[in-house]
Structures are given as C-alpha cells and as structure tokens.
Design a protein around this ligand. Structure first.
Ligand code: UDP
Ligand code: MG
Length: 151
C-alpha cells in the first residue's frame, strides 16, 4: 500500500451505453485518486480473453467475453493510496444485488452479467492489466492537490 499504488478501472459496454462514464470518473476524481491513463476502445474477443484469462474455465466465460466485446469500454488507470482495495470497495460486490448502496454497482446495476464496471482485485493483477490495456504506458505528472489529500 502506497501513494503510488495503481489500479485498472474499466467502464464496461453497458456502463458506456447507459451514460455512466462521467459518473464513474467523477467518483474516482472526487475521492482523491489521480488519473494517469484513459482510453475508449472496442476490444476484440482475443484481447478480452487475455484480460479474463483467470476465468477461462467458468460457465459464464463465453457470455462474459461476448458482453465485453459488444461495444466500446473506457479503460483507465487511477493512482493513489491503497488504490486497488479502495477501488474495489468503490465498485461494490461482483453481484450488484449484494453491493452496498453508495457503491457504483450498488447504485447503478442489478445483474451480475451487466455490472457496468471492472476493477483490479490485486496489485499484481492491476500491473498485468495496465500492461495489457496500456502497452504504450501511462502519463506521470504532479497533481497540485496532493498536499491536500495526503498528510
Ligand atoms: N460474472 C458473471 N457471472 C458470474 C460471475 C461473474 O457474469 O457468476 C461476470 C461479471 O461481469 C464479473 C466478471 O464476470 O464482473 C468477472 O468476474 P469476477 O469474479 O472477476 O468479478 P469482479 O472482479 O468483476 O467483481
Ligand atoms: Mg475480477
């Protein structure tokens, strides 16, 4: 856990279609995280199979890839203290019905297969996902608000 921890957050195709990109970005901005990469991309099934490689044996895998390839997604990298764990907390539980109100999924989704956003689950997976989605690298800069966010 450090101020430089990074996580990969993605608005899924349903989140893009439902006009929730700005809302999701706003929550991470307002929390104090620093945006260091952002792109809109219509990913191929092959790319998404790499992203979700750990789930390849699951019964929902084919449907998940089809859903994720059905339209563009917005991929982003957010940096800050405990970014992975806090990012997951902001997303809510995988099944939106189990997500607390106040989380992104708990406020905007109902079905596990249409849960509008992705967030890395470990620091190791975050780094793998950042490399997969942003092979060109991220953009480092100084955020002037930092002394007001961290002690
Ligand atoms: N998923 C699904 N059915 C399930 C479990 C997962 O459709 O029973 C989808 C859901 O969109 C989820 C994604 O597969 O976000 C990846 O699953 P994971 O267990 O990694 O959940 P997450 O990390 O996204 O909370
Ligand atoms: Mg996951």
């Amino acid at each position: 856990m450090s101020q430089n921890e990074r996580t990969y957050i993605m608005v899924k195709p349903d989140g893009v279609q439902r006009g929730l990109v700005g809302e999701i970005i706003a929550r991470f901005e307002k929390r104090g995280f620093k945006l260091i990469a952002l792109k809109l991309v219509h990913a191929t099934p092959e790319h998404l199979e790499k992203h979700y490689a750990d789930l390849a044996g699951k019964g929902f895998f084919a449907g998940l890839i089809k859903y994720m390839a059905s339209g563009p997604v917005v991929g982003m990298v957010w940096q800050g203290l405990d970014a992975v764990k806090t990012g997951r907390a902001m997303l809510g539980a995988t099944n939106p019905l189990a997500s607390a109100v106040g989380t992104i999924r708990g406020d905007y989704a109902l079905a596990v297969g249409r849960n509008i956003c992705h967030g890395s689950d470990t620091v190791e997976n975050a780094e793998k996902e950042i490399a997969l989605w942003f092979p060109e690298g991220v953009t480092q800069y100084t955020n002037v608000a930092e002394p007001w966010i961290y002690e």
